[in-house]
Write a protein that binds this ligand. Structure first.
Ligand code: SF4
Length: 448
């Protein structure tokens, strides 16, 4: 019997959460890798919406599912943490019940280690809860914490998470070293350096969509983004290998929806994405592709838009952030005048409907005025694209972090709960009051 490892995707604790092609891709890569090394992998996904053990009751409604595999999670309202008591909104634990989680965890006999992932820094209460229960149910089993919170708020995680070890690296080889340091030897051989096993989506109860990473890293250095810290190297995968991965999930699991997780999907298009899309377009399998991580506006040409349309791209999101080019010069330099209109024109001309082309607008940046957000919403509306407000969350290790800390009434450096974008932590009360009007303006454009 191969030795077992438990891998856990914790609950979300937040004011709101929605499954917009959100899967723990890093954890699933780890699962695929360690399975290849010979371990038996037991995955517990606290955000599993299809878990057969979940039943609706008066306090937990069955989650509504929407198009292309997106939708709501199971949700139970819980008391707000002390530091968020002043926010008059319901706060919830999203995911399966505590009881079901404990039942799942208790079923697994003699695990060698427990690996827990983490995402948003302000979701750490779910991480702590999971680790606390692991220690209760499997008291002598080492718990290793990885993921985004573990890397962005390393000291906080070391002091508070309860994990035996908090990983600082996202490298899969370094994980073997960690296991080795915990006295766990490999039952088999690791994969060769030229091929990473595909992420283990088959361990999910019912994969409705697959998240695909064709590359890591981003050549840009936007001051509000942690891409460079989290993925410093730009690595492009072989397009043939990505095609094989997409075909595997479609043919063996009947999956039709694929969400690209790349930070810079269209960069180096001709040598990287073009060969993949041309093959997919020729195969004409009726697949749908979504880009919840925004595309780089500058890269979109008439030809690229046409190929994307032929391939089956269905949800396009563009990283506009603002139409104020003085802000762009300060913050990211990724869009210049005329780029956005050209990109939207190309997409609409290629056959995309207005509601398929969305533009993210950042709101809540330090020093940003409400008027500039209104102007950006109207600007997006005039081009024929659909505006989406994207509330700014201050992120440690970004260039804007220091300014965010100085501009916030909250102690961002000490308490990750204050990074929550629902708080608009870098805006004062008078600007936050304008949020309903901003949302109304967005809605008005969407309903046109
Ligand atoms: S372009 Fe996007 S992914 Fe790249 S640094 Fe800017 S915000 Fe981050």
């Amino acid at each position: 019997m191969p030795p077992s490892l438990i891998l856990i995707n914790p609950w979300i604790y937040d004011f709101a959460a929605y499954d917009l092609w959100s899967k723990p891709l890093g954890l699933l890569y780890v699962a695929g890798y360690l399975r290849h090394c010979g371990f038996k992998i037991r995955l517990i996904d606290c955000l599993d919406v299809h878990h057969p053990g979940m039943t609706a009751d008066p306090s937990t409604k069955k989650p509504t599912r929407r198009a292309y595999g997106t939708g709501k999670y199971w949700r139970r309202e819980v008391p707000r943490p002390l530091s968020l008591k002043h926010i008059q909104r319901p706060y919830s634990r999203y995911g399966i019940s505590l009881e079901l989680f404990q039942e799942e965890l208790s079923k697994i006999q003699n695990p060698k280690a427990i690996l827990v992932t983490s995402l948003m820094t302000y979701w750490y209460p779910g991480v702590e809860e999971v680790i606390g229960l692991c220690e209760k149910i499997h008291p002598h089993v080492p718990v290793i914490l990885g993921g985004i919170y573990a890397r962005l708020c390393h000291n906080h995680a070391v002091e508070n998470s309860g994990a035996d070890l908090v990983a600082t690296n996202h490298n899969l080889d370094s994980l073997l070293e960690i296991l080795n340091n915990c006295g766990i030897s490999l039952p088999g051989s690791p994969p060769g350096p030229d091929r990473t096993p595909r992420p283990a989506f088959d361990l999910l109860t019912r994969p409705e969509y697959i998240c695909i990473l064709t590359s890591t890293g981003c050549p840009n250095r936007c001051r509000y983004c942690a891409s460079h810290f989290l993925n410093p190297d730009r690595i492009l995968r072989d397009p043939g290998e990505v095609l094989e991965e997409i075909l595997h999930w479609h043919r063996n699991f009947s999956v039709r929806d694929f969400a690209f997780y790349d930070d810079a999907l269209l960069v180096s298009f001709d040598k990287h994405l073009a060969p993949l899309l041309e093959k997919l377009a020729r195969l004409d399998l009726g697949l749908r592709f979504h880009t919840p991580n925004a595309l780089h506006i500058k890269e979109i040409t008439q030809g690229i838009a046409a190929l994307m349309h032929r391939t089956g791209f269905t949800t396009i999101r563009l990283g506009l952030e603002t139409s104020d080019f003085s802000i762009h010069r300060d913050l990211d330099n990724k869009v210049t005048e005329g780029d956005f209109e050209r990109a939207v024109n190309s997409l609409l001309k290629a056959g995309f409907a207005k509601n398929q082309v969305g533009a993210y607008i950042l709101i809540g940046l330090p020093g940003q005025s409400v008027d500039s957000v209104f102007e950006t919403i109207d600007f997006v509306g005039k081009t024929g694209a659909t505006p989406y407000l994207s509330e700014y969350s201050p992120i440690p290790h970004t260039a804007l972090w220091k300014q965010a800390v100085n501009n916030s009434k909250y102690d961002l450096a000490e308490e990750p709960l204050f990074h929550n974008n629902t708080l608009l932590p870098c805006w004062d009360g008078s600007r936050i009051k304008e949020l309903p009007r901003l949302k109304k303006r967005v809605l008005g454009i969407r309903q046109k």
